[in-house]
Write a protein that binds this ligand. Structure first.
Ligand SMILES: C[S@@+](CC[C@H](N)C(=O)[O-])C[C@H]1O[C@@H](n2cnc3c(N)ncnc32)[C@H](O)[C@@H]1O
Ligand SMILES: [Zn+2]
Length: 324
C-alpha cells in the first residue's frame, strides 16, 4: 500500500508541546488546546508542503535551521559528490545491499496485524538500505517524518516528541537514526508510547562507526546496551548488521582521510578495500557481537521490562568472564 495520505491520519496527530488534538483547515494544522503556547501562535509553520510539528522550546533545533536541513537533506556539509550518484554496480563497492535489514523487514511484515496496519518510519527522509519491501507491501500503510521534507515524508518533526497519539501505530521503524538524537532513551519512550502492547519495533543503530553528520552525531550502543535500550520489548531477533570486516574497511577510509586530509581520498580507499567486508562472513556471530559496525533489534512491545539483573545474562558475545 505504501505511503498514506496525511489527511487520512489527521485524527491521530497531536501537538508536540501539549499532546492535545490538532484541527486541520485547508492543509494547515493548529493545536486546539486553549492553554497551549503553540496554539496561541496560530497554525504550525509549513516548509514547502510539509507542516513542522516541532516544539522549538524543547528541541535542540532552531526554527531558522529547518530550512537549511530542507536544502541539504540533513547533511551537515552539503556534498558536491556522493556515491549515490554512481551506477548501482559500482555503488555497491561502498554501499552493499543491507540483506540483514531485508530479512528483518520480511519478519516484521509477516507479524503485522490486520488488513492495513500502520507503520511509522522515523528519520524516513531517505529510503533506508534493505527496507524497500515495506514500501512495496500490499497491506502496510506507511507514515514517515524527518527533520526535513522529502517525497517519502508526511511532516517535519523531532523524534523526541512524536506528534502522534498514544497507541496509534502498529509498528515503528528507526534505522540509522538513534545515533543522531540527543536523548535515545526519550526517543524510545516515545516509540513505546505510540505503540500498543504487541506493537512491533525495528531498529538499526551503529556501534563501531566513525562520526557522521558532523555536529549531529551523539551516541553509540553495544549489543547489550541496545537490548537494554529496548527493554520494554520482547526480542524477536537481534544481532550484528555488519561485522568487524566492514568496520575495518570504514576505519581504513578514516585513516586515509585523516592522513591526506581529504574525505574523497578516504572514500576511494574504502572502495579499494571493499573485499574486507566479505571477512564478516567468516566471523562467528559471538565474535561479531563484540565488534559489529551496527546492531539491529526487532521486538514486540511486552507487558514487562527486561530487568537490570537480566541484562548481564543476555550478553551474546565471545568473552566469558565467569559470571555464575
Ligand atoms: C543517517 S540518516 C538515515 C536515514 C534513513 N533512515 C536511512 O536509513 O537511509 C539519519 C536520519 O535521521 C534524521 N534525524 C536525525 N535526528 C532526528 C530527530 N531528532 N528527529 C527526526 N529525525 C531525525 C536525519 O534527518 C536523517 O534523515
Ligand atoms: Zn498544544
Amino acid at each position: 500500500m505504501g505511503l498514506v495520505d496525511l489527511a487520512t491520519l489527521s485524527s491521530l496527530l497531536i501537538c508536540p508541546a501539549c499532546g492535545g488534538p490538532l484541527a486541520e483547515s485547508e492543509g494547515r494544522y493548529q493545536c486546539t488546546s486553549t492553554s497551549c503556547d503553540l496554539a496561541k501562535r496560530g497554525s504550525y509553520p509549513v516548509i514547502g508542503q510539509w507542516p513542522v510539528f516541532i516544539d522549538f522550546e524543547r528541541s535542540m533545533f532552531r526554527p531558522d535551521e529547518m530550512r537549511t536541513f530542507e536544502a541539504a537533506g540533513f547533511e551537515a556539509v552539503p556534498k558536491r559528490w556522493s556515491v549515490d550518484r554512481l551506477p548501482a554496480g559500482l555503488r555497491s563497492l561502498w554501499k552493499p545491499t543491507n540483506h540483514v535489514a531485508a530479512r528483518n523487514i520480511e519478519l516484521l511484515l509477516a507479524r503485522l496485524p490486520g488488513d492495513s496496519p500502520l507503520v511509522l518510519v522515523i528519520g524516513g527522509g531517505t529510503m533506508g538500505n534493505g527496507i524497500e519491501a515495506l514500501y512495496a507491501d500490499r497491506r502496510a500503510r506507511v507514515v514517515a517524518f524527518d527533520l526535513y521534507g522529502s517525497p517519502l515524508t508526511h511532516f517535519i518533526a523531532d523524534a523526541h516528541h512524536i506528534p502522534l497519539a498514544s497507541e496509534s501505530v502498529d509498528a515503528v521503524l528507526i534505522q540509522a537514526v538513534l545515533e543522531h538524537v540527543l536523548d535515545p532513551v526519550q526517543v524510545v519512550a516515545e516509540i513505546e508510547r505510540v505503540l500498543p502492547v504487541g506493537g512491533l519495533v525495528y531498529a538499526e543503530t551503529p556501534f563501531l562507526q566513525q562520526v557522521h553528520a558532523g555536529p549531529y552525531d551523539f551516541v553509540r550502543y553495544t549489543g547489550s546496551g541496545h537490548r537494554y535500550l529496548f527493554r520494554a520489548f520482547e526480542e524477536i531477533a537481534a544481532g550484528p548488521v555488519a561485522g568487524p570486516g566492514t568496520q575495518l574497511q570504514w576505519s581504513i577510509d578514516h585513516v586515509v582521510r585523516g592522513l591526506l586530509r581529504s574525505e574523497l581520498a578516504g572514500k576511494i580507499a574504502r572502495g579499494l578495500v571493499f573485499w574486507l567486508r566479505y571477512l564478516d562472513r567468516l566471523v562467528p556471530n559471538a565474535y561479531a557481537m563484540d565488534s559489529a559496525s551496527a546492531y539491529y533489534f526487532l521486538g514486540r512491545r511486552g507487558e514487562h521490562d527486561l530487568t537490570p539483573r537480566e541484562i548481564a545474562d543476555y550478553y551474546q558475545g565471545a568473552q566469558h568472564v565467569g559470571r555464575g
